[in-house]
Ligand binder design. Sequence first.
Ligand code: ATP
Length: 229
Amino acid sequence: MSQEAMKIPQATAKRLPLYYRFLQNLYASGKERVSSAELSEAVKVDSATIRRDFSYFGALGKKGYGYNVSYLLSFFRKTLDQDEVTSVALIGVGNLGTAFLNYNFMKNNNTRIEWAFDIDKNKIGKKVGDVVVYDLAELEERLMGENVPVAILTVPASAAQSITDRLIKVNISGILNFTPARISVPPSIRVHHIDLAVELQSLVYFLKNYPEEEEVEEKLDRKKDLHHL
Ligand code: ATP
């Protein structure tokens, strides 16, 4: 992300791609303006949060006018470095890794898995979703000197740390970790951890124990919104 993005709070920065995707659709359908209420409905973020987020982007919505779609889009494009494709390496072409390779991410943003590695001889040399699977033993020689800032880890948990250590040596700066393992990295490396089993369990727990939560939050937001009028 660019310098500008550094000043944006992290929680806001995490919502940027969500806003960006929705605004792209709006722009494609020829819409020039959007209100925070419309945005809120579409991206399921309360409108007070949207107004606060957008104030960081220097986009101040006008009452009865809303936000200018093309201004926001060009801001997001710059901030998310959308003009440049970010190359991603995926390690572990199992069920999850294969799904990511087939899906790839170009449809909605400029992030593309261009490298895949595995240790399984039956997978090495094959193409999955247009990407050749290389032998993990060749990780260093393939990636050293290439500009690959991000890696996705879809290997068994037991392999996560040793592969992470090797990725750091080839100058990866961010890791999306889908293994249940908590990996250790130096402070300069960013790790986002997505443990699907934990997420699912936590969703079920919340449904069982806090079924009213969202309603209460929505009411509070509506109250806050009334204060703004
Ligand atoms: P998942 O759904 O998590 O991908 P899976 O059952 O398809 O699971 P796993 O045993 O989790 O397979 O392994 C995922 C992939 O990682 C497999 O393709 C496997 O060959 C590969 N793999 C296993 N160990 C290593 C390792 N040390 N380095 C790289 N790849 C590995």
